[in-house]
Design a protein around this ligand. Structure first.
Ligand SMILES: NC(=O)c1ccc[n+]([C@@H]2O[C@H](COP(=O)([O-])OP(=O)(O)OC[C@H]3O[C@@H](n4cnc5c(N)ncnc54)[C@H](OP(=O)(O)O)[C@@H]3O)[C@@H](O)[C@H]2O)c1
Length: 265
């Protein structure tokens, strides 16, 4: 696959390396800090879309920039009908607008707030466990997350998603509570705590606890490579999507999340 990388920060660098290891050719990198057109793993380096001659050769693009830039980038990629995998977070209030652009251009887009394949499988494991546990009132449910001491927000977005999934699966649990409690939690509350310490890249754990025993289900990230690998795997899937739809003679869908990729797997 010929791949374009939009945004060359912490994630862009990891994506370049992991995509190259999987045998993909990086044809263009949009890097705001590019000083000149040089060659990096055979890629054309450009500071803007207009300067990226090779962009049109890309089978897919992966975008990790920042919330202020992402919608403009999606529009540029959509206009060129380059399938786009979007890792940037915190723009989802503009999803309807983006959907209209993608549909109108006949392009394709896949987005996910968390591209770690492990975290997305973890969501499913937790949902299933919560569904089973709902029938056993002896077991209470709760959770915690740990991140490095430079993380700006608490709780993490991933913790919020985990809490949503538990509440959707357990009739007994209705409301997440995040802060330190100066009272016992109510039975319908799901307590989920945050710890900020050291250099921890991200750990999330769910507890099902009874008087007799505990089940703890935990995901621990080692580094950013899990996000990069998930984004590259999704780009491979998205680039082949229209061909597969044409073969099956179905009207192609245009906007996907990582759940669609996982379902297909
Ligand atoms: N979905 C996931 O799994 C996942 C995982 C990790 C991170 N993220 C999200 O991905 C985004 C990027 O993360 P990161 O850790 O790579 O951040 P980062 O290190 O700050 O990198 C972002 C890079 O994109 C550049 N940029 C900004 N606007 C651009 C534009 N219009 N065109 C091209 N480049 C542009 C930035 O330049 P400047 O430095 O000049 O602004 C910076 O070099 C964030 O929103 C983060 O929350 C998502």
């Amino acid at each position: 696959m010929k791949l374009a990388i939009i945004g060359y920060g912490k994630m862009g660098g990891r994506i370049e390396e992991i995509a190259a290891k999987r045998g993909h050719e990086i044809v263009a990198v949009i890097d705001l800090h590019a000083k000149e057109k040089t060659t990096r793993l055979g890629a054309e380096i450009a500071a803007s879309f207009d300067a990226a001659d090779n962009l049109g050769r890309a089978d897919a693009a992966i975008e990790f920039t920042q919330p202020d830039s992402v919608v403009g980038n999606i529009q540029e990629l959509s206009r060129r009908r380059i399938p786009a995998v979007i890792g940037t977070t915190n723009w989802y209030n503009r999803l309807d607008e983006v959907r209209r652009v993608i549909e109108a251009d006949g392009s394709r887009l896949l987005y996910a707030p968390n591209f770690s394949l492990g975290v997305n499988v973890f969501y499913r494991v937790v949902s299933y466990a919560a569904q089973l546990m709902d029938s056993f009132p002896e077991y209470d449910a709760g959770g915690y997350e740990i991140h490095h001491n430079e993380k700006k927000e608490s709780p993490s977005g991933t913790a919020k998603t985990i809490a949503e999934k538990i509440i959707a699966a357990m009739e007994r649990k209705k409301t997440p509570v995040w802060d330190a409690l100066d009272r016992p939690p109510l039975p319908e509350e799901l307590h989920f705590a945050s710890l900020r310490v050291g250099a921890e890249p991200g750990a999330h754990a769910v507890y099902f606890d009874s008087a007799a025993d505990t089940i703890e289900i935990k995901h621990t990230a080692r580094n950013r490579d899990g996000f990069a690998l998930g984004a590259v795997r999704c780009a491979e899937w998205l680039a082949g999507k229209e061909d597969a739809d044409v073969e099956r003679d179905v009207q192609p869908r245009r906007v996907f999340t990582i759940d669609d990729f996982l379902e297909d797997m």
